[in-house]
Design a protein around this ligand. Structure first.
Ligand SMILES: [Zn+2]
Ligand SMILES: [Zn+2]
Length: 131
């Protein structure tokens, strides 16, 4: 069981099942919706994720995806693509224990900032992860 929530505690969630696709996303939408240069994510089956406290705010971040965040403190929480409605991406750093899910790759690296350079040895994909 993975537990997490937003900074202020108004929204809390739980996730079961096996987390997958732990990655550091460099895309411009993650960047602009969080104000951070890179965002760490993991993926679970949508049915394995539930909000247990509060109700996150949501918005369409592109023609094909919805993101949620805490309407009180602004913490980015989830990403869901219309094309992959059976899964949900969750921000790793909204977890109570983000150390449990270290990233295994970089994604959308071609969109990343020039001043972000990593030497972590993880594979870097120019765009989305190759499954
Ligand atoms: Zn909050
Ligand atoms: Zn992204």
């Amino acid at each position: 069981m993975l537990k997490g929530g937003c900074f202020c505690g108004a929204v809390r969630y739980e996730a079961e099942g096996e987390p997958r696709h732990e990655t550091l996303c460099h895309c411009s939408i993650c960047r602009r919706t969080t104000g951070a240069p890179i965002v760490a994510w993991f993926t679970v089956r949508a049915g394995d994720f539930r909000i247990v406290t509060g109700e996150p705010a949501r918005f369409r971040s592109s023609a094909a995806a919805t993101r949620t965040f805490c309407g009180a403190c602004g913490t980015a929480l989830t990403f869901r693509s219309d094309d992959h409605g059976d899964e949900i991406d969750v921000t790793t750093c909204s977890l109570d224990e983000p150390e449990r899910l270290p990233p295994k790759s970089h994604t959308w690296r071609a969109s990343g900032l020039s001043w972000i350079r990593s030497a972590d040895g993880l594979p870097a994909y120019r765009e989305k992860r190759a499954d």
